[in-house]
Design a protein around this ligand. Structure first.
Ligand SMILES: *Cc1c(COP(=O)(O)O)cnc(C)c1O
Length: 228
């Protein structure tokens, strides 16, 4: 495997190429480095190469890393499913949550967000692939949840997030892109979190503004840890 700085550079070139191919400014696509299962030392290497935004799936693992990297000015994004009994630490420690799919959980996040911190940035996770995934709200229910979130003062609704099933056709990416564009002006959205190591080009072609990239930056994850 090449070094993390080299991988980051290669990913940025892929993003820029995909953006240009879609007639978009590469600067409109943010790179989120997904560091789950990887050691804090690797996050530090990415930080030294200029990366600031990191995504984690497992709460305890993320809190441990935050404690070890506390002196770095990092932006933390939660990508994993969120249990309603674990919202407090998320509200206190994260900058973004990509996986909001229930009003009850959102309400707890809003209530528990410390007054001294800026509103928590949230995305509605959309279940774009139907039965293939259990997380996320159905496309038909997104506007209702978005309206509820938009009214919560300590949350800042930024947009939508989706995980198309592996090998999904381009039309799946277009569906989520269309859903995002349909709600964008009503709710002042600016973020479509879509695309991973294997499908960032398909996502950027349909309007993704944030790609979540793990493997292409940090290498393969160990399967054992992944199952946690
Ligand atoms: C793990 C994960 C990623 C990163 O996937 P890669 O294929 O390693 O780039 C992106 N998004 C979510 C929600 C993830 O859980």
């Amino acid at each position: 495997m090449r070094s993390i700085p080299d991988n980051l550079q290669a990913v940025k070139e892929r993003i820029a190429g995909a953006a240009r191919a879609a007639g978009r400014d590469p600067a409109t696509v943010t790179l989120l480095a997904v560091s789950k299962t990887h050691a804090p030392a690797l996050i530090r290497q990415a930080y030294d190469a200029g990366q600031r935004a990191f995504g984690e799936n497992y709460l305890q693992e993320a809190l441990d890393k935050m404690a070890q990297l506390g002196e770095l000015a990092l932006e933390w994004h939660l990508l994993g499913p969120l249990q309603s009994n674990k919202t407090r630490a998320v509200a206190e420690r994260f900058d973004w949550v990509h996986t909001v799919d229930r009003e009850k959980v959102a309400r707890r996040l809003a209530q528990q967000r410390p007054a001294a911190l800026a509103p928590l940035n949230v995305l509605v996770q959309v279940n774009i692939s139907g039965e293939a995934s259990k997380s996320g709200v159905a496309p038909a229910d997104v506007a209702t949840l978005a309206a509820a979130l938009a009214a919560m003062k300590k949350l800042r609704l930024r947009g939508l997030m989706a995980i198309p099933e592996p090998g999904a056709p381009q039309s799946r990416y277009r569906e989520i892109g269309d859903l995002f564009r349909g709600l964008r002006s009503e709710f002042g959205l600016d973020t479509l979190s879509l695309g991973m190591s294997d499908d960032m080009e398909a996502a950027i072609a349909e309007g993704s503004t944030l790609v979540r990239i793990g493997t292409a930056i940090f290498g393969e994850r160990s399967k054992v840890r992944d199952a946690a």
